[in-house]
Design a binder for this molecule. Structure first.
Ligand SMILES: Cc1cc2nc3c(=O)[nH]c(=O)nc-3n(C[C@H](O)[C@H](O)[C@H](O)COP(=O)(O)OP(=O)(O)OC[C@H]3O[C@@H](n4cnc5c(N)ncnc54)[C@H](O)[C@@H]3O)c2cc1C
Length: 469
């Protein structure tokens, strides 16, 4: 049996845990400790004091009470994909939700009830069987918990809004171990905070998510040589800013692969990719997307299921590699900004890296600014400079490339940032992300629901916070 007693633990806390906790408990001496503690970003090799693998809401409550009674810090893991590795801390109790992945669908009401440890793919698999989907991120092994609580950009965001806009209720274990359900009629202020405030206010054990109808989508992708990149981005800007809400068009600078439609002279070199997905009547798709690809060096268009679209990005960002990400919002994509993006693409240190950018707005910006904790709904563009590599000797070079990629776009920074992409920031960055009013409202909620800052292993808003500090 796992040795629970930690230096700061107590026999009473241990006995209470053993009585109440049903799931597996994994400690440093257990053979599966290294496998179970691993998170997606291989940069974070941290050693929790104990891993409590919760199987239900009662387990989550028992885990929090144990950590408190034994005076230990906690972290919470959903899908383990946070690039900053907030799910793991040395010496803290890891409250692991990864065994809680059940999804049930209410097709009449168009709702999904998803446990707090679900991956996006779990939700997609359950919803698409009914021709429904909850708008979410673009890689299906990402966790629903962290993504939804921080916001949730994805293919359907311009048409339907963010993932957090689709949380209509949540079962939450609060820091003291008590359980509440937050919806528009009860604990509405908590629901407001869960829609964008991250994991600060409680542990969500069940999300109730509004679903939207989805069918086949028209998918069109094309490649451009870097030398033609600035002109292609001028076209992208015009196209994306005028696109219908049924269309979502993204760009990436990355090394070209050897797909049939990629010209031989571009393969194995950094290139510009644009990808446009049409969610309206599939018959209208080609006419919608073709104008963007008139000057592409190569392109491919086809009809695919929503489930296939959601899994397209899965292989490009595997577990265990080393990742460093910097991100920013841009006010506009001028020719100067386009030149900087192309120059960063040319300077990529690792061939696995990418710079991803997209024009946002649409339904994201239609939700009133004060309606949720999610900030910067007005942001026109988001850019993410993601380094990916495997050799620890390359850590500095890759992180420096990622940082420089965002810094060189400084003249066009909107300010703020997407909380789910923060990594290695200066103090005060979380306050900057939310802005004064929203940050203070979240700090008020923190004082109400987690006055001792038990849930601090996140992009933290301490109960003592003031945006003026
Ligand atoms: C490959 C990849 C692709 C991505 N694609 C997108 C994308 O398309 N769109 C987008 O918006 N973001 C995307 N992201 C960013 C993503 O939103 C964040 O990394 C997010 O934190 C992942 O959530 P997680 O549950 O997997 O993370 P974890 O590391 O498990 O958790 C991160 C934090 O979330 C909190 N948390 C997690 N679950 C719960 C819960 N149930 N209750 C309370 N708190 C919880 C905890 O505070 C934890 O510290 C992507 C990330 C990766 C690595």
């Amino acid at each position: 049996m796992t040795e629970l007693l930690q230096p700061t633990s107590s026999p009473a806390a241990e006995s209470e845990l053993r009585n109440r906790f049903q799931g597996p408990i994994v400690g440093p001496a257990d053979p599966d400790y290294d496998t179970v503690r691993a998170v997606w970003n291989g940069m974070h090799d941290r050693r929790p004091s104990l891993i409590l693998r919760c199987t239900d809401t009662t387990d989550v409550s028992a885990a929090l009470r144990y950590a408190k009674a034994s005076g230990q810090a906690v972290t919470v893991r959903g899908g383990g994909h946070n690039v900053a590795g907030t799910a793991l801390a040395d010496g803290a109790v890891l409250i692991d939700l990864s065994l809680m992945r059940e999804v049930t669908i209410d097709p009449e009401q168009q709702l999904a009830h998803a446990q707090g440890g679900c991956l996006l793919g779990d939700v997609d698999a359950a919803t698409t069987a009914y021709g429904l989907a909850c708008p979410a991120g673009v890689v299906s092994h990402t966790g629903l918990g962290g993504l939804a609580l921080g916001g949730g950009y994805g293919w359907l965001a311009r048409k339907w809004g963010l993932t957090c806009d689709h949380i209509i209720a949540a079962e939450v274990v609060l820091a003291d171990g008590s359980v509440v359900v937050a919806d528009e009629s009860k604990h509405a202020e908590l629901l407001w905070g869960l829609r964008g405030g991250g994991g600060n206010l409680g542990i969500v054990t069940r999300f109730t998510l509004r679903l939207r109808p989805v069918g086949s989508v028209h998918f069109h992708t094309g490649v451009f040589a870097l030398a033609d990149g600035v002109a292609a981005l001028a076209r992208y800007r015009e196209f994306a800013e005028a696109q219908a809400p049924d269309l979502h068009t993204v760009g990436a600078l990355k090394y070209a692969g050897s797909q049939d439609w990629v010209p031989a002279e571009l393969r194995g070199k950094p290139a510009l990719f644009l990808t446009s997905v049409w969610f309206g009547d599939p018959a209208e798709g080609p006419a919608q997307t073709e104008p963007l690809f008139a000057t592409a060096a190569g392109d491919e268009a086809r009809l695919m299921s929503y489930a296939e679209l959601q899994a397209l990005g899965d292989h490009g960002e595997p577990h265990g590699n080393r990742y460093f990400t910097k991100s920013c919002y841009l006010t506009e994509l001028t020719a100067g900004a386009a030149e900087e993006l192309i120059a960063s693409g040319a300077a990529m240190v690792s061939p696995r890296s990418s710079i991803d950018f997209e024009y946002l707005r649409g339904a994201i910006a239609e939700v009133a600014d004060e309606a949720s904790a999610f900030p910067r709904r007005d942001a026109p563009y988001i850019v993410t400079v993601s380094a990916q590599w495997t050799d620890p000797a390359q850590d500095q070079a890759n992180a420096a490339w990622s940082r420089a990629g965002v810094e060189r776009l400084a003249p066009w920074h909107l300010g703020g940032a997407y909380v789910n992409y923060l990594q290695d920031e200066q103090p005060g960055k979380v306050a900057e992300v939310y802005g004064t009013r929203r940050y203070e409202r979240l700090a008020d909620l923190k004082r109400r629901f987690d006055p001792e800052n038990v849930l601090s292993g996140n992009q933290n808003i301490p109960p003592t916070a003031s945006a003026h500090q």
